[in-house]
Design a protein around this ligand. Structure first.
Ligand code: 13P
Length: 253
């Protein structure tokens, strides 16, 4: 049984008092909620203060990025251990915004996954095609390429906790969600790829999230798909009402 997982990616939003307010509101609504796992990923500047509010609750903490080196003269970067030290259990890796604006390659993604596993963080590895790639019927090819590059060199044991997020770039922040059928098709491709390259057990246990304009209204139908196990939520995770709505609607009453 795969436990549903709903992750809020706050991106570069929320200064300290806003972050505290949002997390307190989420806590108020979801403190007793056990049917899905809930994680929030605030900007790095808020990790410690959000952690203090979430400690020993059912709501987990994640970061949005890290740098693969353990330490050193890398001005402005933050290591896996630093993220973990702030109380994070999860870290988003290879988000399409990082690939696009910060030229992150599959090789970089691979190194970042390795660094996160070394300190016991659970990586949420993002994959997804652009509109151009979809229109050129290259979606599956692109997704497999990202999987091959990002997961190169790992053993079955390494990836026991890995989470994959399918986020079609054209659906991010656009209000244009992939249809449940479109999302399911790619989730199934990902699960089968894991089966072929690792094992059937890993494939059937692995949680694959959908991301891209998820709302309280569309989450139900997405979650009804066999291979969709949760969501990586951007815009709608910035307001407690919509994030709480997504969490609650992600499971049957
Ligand atoms: P939106 O939910 O705003 O489309 O963002 C999705 C996303 O990028 C989550 O990582």
């Amino acid at each position: 049984m795969r436990v549903p997982l709903i992750v809020g990616n706050w991106k570069m939003y929320k200064i300290m008092n806003e972050a505290v307010e949002l997390v307190n509101e989420i806590k108020r609504e979801l403190l007793d909620f056990r049917k899905a796992e809930i994680v929030v990923c605030p900007p790095v500047t808020n990790l410690s203060s959000v952690y203090e509010l979430l400690m020993e609750t059912n709501i987990g903490l994640g970061a949005q990025n890290l740098y693969w080196e353990k330490e050193g003269a890398f001005t402005g970067e933050v290591s896996a251990l630093m993220i973990k030290d702030c109380g994070c259990e999860y870290v988003i890796i290879g988000h399409s915004e990082r690939r696009k604006y910060f030229s992150e390659s599959d090789e970089n993604v691979n190194k970042k996954i390795k660094a996160s596993l070394e300190v016991g963080l659970v990586p949420i590895m993002c994959v997804g095609e652009t509109l151009e790639e979809r229109e050129a019927t290259k979606t599956i090819e692109v997704i497999k390429q990202q999987l091959v590059g990002g997961l190169k060199g790992f053993s079955l044991q390494d990836l026991g906790n890995l989470v994959i997020a399918y986020e079609p770039v054209w659906a991010i922040g656009t209000g244009k969600t992939a249809t449940p059928t479109q999302a399911q098709e790619i989730h199934k491709v990902i699960r089968e790829w894991i089966l072929e390259n690792f094992s059937s057990e890993l494939s059937s246990n692995m949680r694959i999230l959908y991301g891209g304009s998820v709302t309280p209204e569309n989450i139900r139908e997405l979650m009804r798909q066999e291979d969709i196990d949760g969501a990586l939520v951007g815009g709608a995770s910035l307001k407690s009402a919509s994030f709480v709505g997504i969490v609650k609607n992600s499971v049957d009453e």
